[in-house]
Design a protein around this ligand. Structure first.
Ligand code: UTP
Length: 296
């Protein structure tokens, strides 16, 4: 029997330089899409997929993230007294059970692979998920849940993958496909940020992974890869020869909230998806679209 995936790592120790100056004092993951921080979307997705242990890899200046998941008794009392039950429910949905969250420190930002490796003792000998909170995925069924179901069938390591335009491939890890089975592909290679025109396919890896403990062992031996960082892609790529790396074409819309354009697109999309905001926002957007570019 395959072990269930109940642990997830949320690497949140990056510098978030693309959002400076905001990220000088606010962790990127606390920035809000409509009224919920990015990290809340990732936690909800993980919960829906059956994750029970949430491991955050943090760094200096991220204490707002730790506070966010605590109970807030003063706020709760104030809302209760005023009878604001909707807000009280929204607030309570952010509380995490005592002991469900662990915080591990990455002392220096040495790359995503290094951040994941920092959690090795909490993972032990179990499969685990990794979710990058700046990839936000709108989907009917949570992306990680779709992956957990596919993983139950094929096992091994699984990375979320999506088709990208050839000129965009150099911003991603890209799969070299051995066998295409529809939603699942078996990889025979994986390259991080290939030079323009050298990508082995247009299937790019985005920030959701289900990984075996073997990848953690690979990370322990890892040297710096592309960009002088320890790359998670390299540690996963070591498993392709044993046929143990699968790409998963998820159903859903992914927003790259680590970039300003992606964050703005997600804000509009999530705003339009909210019944309480949709009409006003749609009116505003159509007025803006009708204006000549110079006047906007
Ligand atoms: P990014 O590549 O988006 O880097 O990291 P970043 O630091 O967050 O943002 P920019 O590029 O400077 O604007 C992808 C994910 O990996 C985590 C980040 O927190 C983010 O969730 N990460 C990255 C770490 O935890 N540690 C690292 O050393 C690097």
């Amino acid at each position: 029997m395959r072990k269930k995936v109940i642990k997830a790592i949320f690497p949140v120790a990056g510098l978030g330089t693309r959002f400076l100056p905001a990220t000088k004092s606010i962790p990127k993951e606390i920035m809000t899409l409509v009224d919920r921080p990015l990290i809340q979307y990732a936690i909800d997705e993980a919960r829906a997929a059956g994750i029970k242990e949430f491991i955050f890899v943090t760094s200096r200046g991220k204490s707002a993230l730790e506070d966010y998941f605590d109970d807030a008794p003063e706020l709760e009392n104030a809302l209760r007294k005023k009878g604001k039950t909707d807000l009280l429910d929204a607030l309570r949905s952010t509380n995490m059970d005592s002991g469900a969250i662990a915080y591990i420190r990455q002392n220096r930002p040495q790359g995503l692979g290094h951040a994941v490796w920092c959690a090795r003792r909490l993972i032990g000998d179990e499969p685990f998920a990794v979710l990058l909170p700046d990839d936000v995925i709108a989907a009917e069924k949570s992306c990680l849940q779709q992956m957990v179901e596919a993983y139950a069938e094929v096992g091994g390591n699984m990375v979320a993958a999506m088709e990208v335009a050839p000129e965009k491939a150099s911003s991603y890890g890209v799969l070299d496909v051995a066998e295409d089975m529809g939603s699942v592909v078996r990889a025979k290679g994986m390259v991080e940020k290939p030079a323009l025109g050298t990508a082995p396919s247009n299937l790019a890896v985005i920030g959701r992974y289900i990984l075996t403990p073997k990848v953690m062992q690979n990370l322990s031996r890892m040297k710096q890869g592309a960009g002088g960082e320890i790359q998670l892609t390299d540690a996963i790529a070591e498993e392709v020869d044993s046929g143990q790396v699968h790409g998963f074409r998820f159903r859903g819309q992914r927003y790259d909230c680590g970039s300003k354009a992606g964050f703005l697109q997600a804000t509009v999309a999530f705003g339009l998806a909210r019944p309480d905001l949709r009409d006003e926002l749609a009116d505003f957007l159509s007025q803006m679209a009708a204006l000549p570019k110079a006047a906007q």
